[in-house]
Design a binder for this molecule. Structure first.
Ligand code: FE2
Length: 670
């Protein structure tokens, strides 16, 4: 007779407890145990939240090397079949070996579930017939549980779900996250003391009225924004370090539809555009994707959204200053090029139209499409094609947390027919879908890989560009981490090529995420380890650091409406010299539109209390020594970066905190 010591770890999150009877069967290379009821002196409390309970399983002879365990739980008569969250099971064999079986999932029914030992196994080395069988069973089940859906033709595909409760338990919000999210979503207006204003369809009478509403909820940065929003230097700064650092590029030749002359921008003749372009001092932001969109009608009034061109100059004090703005794409007499030398309100209103265009471009392209929707594609493809025992699953699972549910909610609460964005943003409705489709066709692989993107936009040496400085460092740390993990598991390029699960993962992403567009440069298959490492780095970066960069500052920069109006209700001036403060106030969105925008940005900028920072893994999917050491090293490097960013920020007038690893959430979760 031989004895196996079994330790079961129940999860620590709310509602993890089961009072059902739990059974286990051990399966090894030389045989299997009987199905054993796990009973201990703890009785009914063996599987309560946070419990670590030990049991023994006796067998007549050794089972050899353990391959997997089978777990099931059965309700007692008259008791319900409750949901149990099991973290892991550890088994000590009579030979003295310890096996770890990561589980980290809900078991809600009475079915038998199989879990493999934590040592990662690629498909071609999974030699035991039961191991192979359970691998296939797991994938068959996942293909059923995680199905692709088409939300809108021409957009990346999404996860099929009728409602949040129809999502598989393992990808749903925790109890804590659900409670907090629903609270902020329903109470946002109250919390911001805006209740009652959401029905007020009036225009703003004066800037002080906006100030009185805004002062109820400010952050350190939103207060700064309120004080500095009119300044040119701050307007320029936001193209580098605001919530949308993705549009600006170095300008080496003026676009033909933007006929700016030297006289306009350098009236004293001290420099010329050609010389400044040669020196790399001229930058362009072109919102051409917004051109000609059908705009919303809000409170019965037609809304206005421009597709501006903005020219910026790096001044001698290294500040990026706007020097010319044309609000529509086609040059004409009624489409003036606005200049800092124009009247105060001509220039300010031109900048306000740019900020409003930026809100729409940022939310649809930079935030929703390029982080949320892509993260969902990466996650669904992983969950459909890659089993738990695969190193890619172990690596990427933490970066998928809550993404499917938050995207379901975004589709239903923000961009559905009655969604907040559809109702209150200038591009809400048909324009939004057109803008999203145009954005899809602009996606390239290189634009998703930060170092390549920065190089393509010619931004390598722009001073005071913290998005780039922090982002490239974070990219490099993630890249070295992924390289460490994959060079441990894949010794040759041939192993990558023959890993059918890895190949199915990337092919599904190519087909469902990038709609089989080879022109995007997205790989359709992996031919070598280097290619795999780069792609997985991009996935982790996009889900964590990039999303944080474009998400976390939404209230900071958007809470003070004049800096980021979500819609505008007068057309821009067609001639210079006709505007005043009254024109600006009449152009701003109505009170209800303003406060709805504030409430949404507040909700989306809020960190939940069960937030997991970048590189932290509450779940131990990797159980082998070398990957665990690589993870520790990764965490140390992230801590170093966090310290360096905090030290740098102490010297900045406006701290840039969004890519500090301690503030970055692992996944797209809000
Ligand atoms: Fe987000």
């Amino acid at each position: 007779m031989v004895v196996y010591e079994v330790t079961v770890f129940t999860g620590n999150s709310v509602n993890s407890t089961t009072f059902n009877n739990v059974f286990i069967k051990l399966v090894g290379t030389d045989g299997e145990s009987n199905r054993k009821w796990l009973m201990s002196l703890k009785g009914a409390s063996s599987f309560v939240r946070g419990a670590v309970s030990s049991f023994t399983v006796s067998c007549s002879t050794s089972l050899g090397k353990l391959v997997l365990i089978e777990l099931d739980k059965q309700p007692l008569p008259l008791f319900p079949n409750d949901a149990w969250f099991c973290d892991k099971v550890e088994v000590k064999s009579p030979e003295g070996d310890t096996y770890n079986f990561p589980i980290y999932r809900w078991i809600t029914d009475s079915k038998v579930y199989r879990f493999k030992d934590g040592k990662a196994l690629r498909v071609f080395e999974d030699n035991h017939h039961l191991g192979r069988y359970s691998r296939q069973q797991e994938l068959n089940q996942r293909e059923e549980d995680f199905r692709w859906d088409v939300y809108v033709e021409g957009m990346p595909h999404s996860m099929k779900a009728e409602n949040p409760l129809s999502l598989p338990c393992e990808v749903r919000f925790s109890f804590t996250k659900t409670t907090e999210f629903l609270y902020t979503a329903s109470m946002g207006l109250t919390e911001l003391k805006l209740k009652g204003l959401d029905n007020c369809k009036k225009k703003w009478d004066d800037i002080d009225s906006i100030r009185r509403v805004f002062c109820c909820k400010t952050t350190a940065i939103s207060g700064y924004v309120q004080d500095h929003w009119k300044e040119d230097a701050f307007f320029g700064y936001q193209f580098l370090n605001g919530v949308n650092p993705m549009l600006i590029q170095r300008c080496t030749a003026l676009p033909s539809n933007f006929p700016v002359t030297d006289d306009m921008v350098f009236p004293h003749g001290r420099c010329s555009l050609a010389d400044e372009m040669k020196k790399g001092n001229i930058f362009l932001c072109d919102y051409k994707r917004l051109d000609g969109l059908n705009t919303n009608t809000i409170n019965g009034k037609k809304q206005y959204l421009m597709a501006p061109l903005v020219l910026l100059h790096k001044a001698s004090d290294d500040k990026l200053m706007p020097i010319a703005i044309q609000l529509k794409q086609t040059p004409s007499d009624d489409n003036p090029i606005f200049l800092p030398t124009d009247s105060e309100y001509d220039w300010l209103i031109a900048k306000i139209f740019v900020r409003s265009a930026d809100f729409n471009e940022h939310q649809l392209n930079v935030h929703l499409l390029r982080t949320h929707l892509l993260a969902e594609v990466f996650a669904v493809s992983l969950l459909r094609n890659v089993p738990m025992v695969h190193p890619l699953y172990k690596l990427l699972k933490p970066y998928t947390r809550y993404t499917l549910q938050i995207n379901y909610l975004a589709r239903n609460l923000l961009i559905s027919e009655t969604g907040a964005f559809t109702q209150f943003a200038a591009s809400g409705g048909e324009g939004m879908i057109t803008a999203l489709k145009r954005s899809v066709s602009s996606i390239t692989y290189s634009s998703l890989c930060m170092p390549d993107d920065i190089a393509e936009r010619g931004l390598e040496v722009v001073p005071n560009f913290y998005y780039r400085d922090d982002g490239v460092k974070a990219w490099n740390i993630i890249h070295r981490f992924v390289e460490g993990i994959f060079s441990y598991y894949y010794k040759t390029d041939g192993e990558v090529q023959q890993d059918s699960e890895l190949q199915k993962w990337i092919l599904d992403i190519f087909e469902h995420g990038f709609l089989s567009q080879a022109g995007t440069g997205i790989p359709q298959r992996f031919t070598c380890v280097t290619e795999l490492v780069k792609f997985v780095t991009m996935v982790i970066f996009t889900c964590s650091v990039q999303h944080a960069a474009v998400n976390a500052g939404q209230y900071d920069y958007g809470g003070w409406m004049p800096n980021t109006p979500i819609s505008l209700q007068l057309p821009p001036p067609t001639t210079k010299g006709t505007t005043s403060e009254a024109t600006m106030l009449a152009t701003f969105p109505d009170v209800n539109v303003t406060v709805q925008g504030m409430a949404v940005m507040w909700l989306l900028s809020k960190q939940s209390s069960d937030f997991v920072p970048l590189g932290q893994y509450p779940e131990d999917h990797f159980t082998e020594e070398i990957p665990r050491k690589i993870i520790k090293h990764f965490q140390r490097k992230l801590e170093d970066l966090s310290r360096a960013i905090k030290a740098r920020n102490k010297c900045l007038e406006v701290p840039y905190t969004y890519m500090d690893p301690a503030e970055v959430e692992n996944s797209v979760a809000i």
